[in-house]
Ligand binder design. Sequence first.
Ligand SMILES: [Zn+2]
Length: 264
Amino acid sequence: MNSDSLSRIVPASTDPIRIVALNFPQTLTAIQTAPPPPPHLTYRGGSLLRNVKVFTIFWGSAWSQPSQTSLVDNMNKFFQFILTSPLIDQMGEYTVPQYKIGYGKYIGTTSIIKPDLKHTVTDKAIQHFLQQEIATNSNIPQPDSDTLYFVYFPPGVTVVQGGSKSCQAFCGYHSDIGGRIFYAAMPYPGCNGCNGASSGMSILDALTSTSSHELCEAITDAVPGTGWYDDNHGEIGDICAWKTKKIGVYTVQLEWSNNANSCI
Ligand SMILES: [Zn+2]
């Protein structure tokens, strides 16, 4: 039902379906007139990612600059660690008969400088880029029902999705192309709304936090709104946005647990 994300023109701040909202609580509370019912995710019958295979794509020549290479390394190390960590154990309660959720695997990374990026990139352009690279770039694995591409954008690039801009309305999102290609788009969190300015998060911590959010949402709701979802609160990560904890050395976001009836 939501596979065509391009048709969505609802402002992102009122659309919790797939975005990491900014870390400004008032942007959400200001538009709520009555308290919504307590969160509870229900399963809508759609695809889940069983043993997620994460491939990272760092798009843009800016990633090859010395100041960015350690962030690239650290994000890849993050996935090497987190996909067999207690974060994935937490997802187990959302196993259904057709989709048994278990540990995932980091399957590689690539940097792409051509086509290079301009200051703005739309979700439509990201989908086109992904399909083009999958078809022509032998460094990129072919998609399957467990593959999740994380596309990272360098400083100075604004991502536009559903009429809204990164850093102004959201800090990341996950989506799909025709229920066949699953991806997350991760803008650089170099702005107050996306780096938890009030809590003084580092860029790495902000990016592992938003990446963990999108990872858990892609696993439990691969085609947004068709897997585990709450009509009032959105996906598993939206309910707990910007509440974080450490697993190993990494900052990750808390995720909603139906079993615990809380963010854990
Ligand atoms: Zn979300």
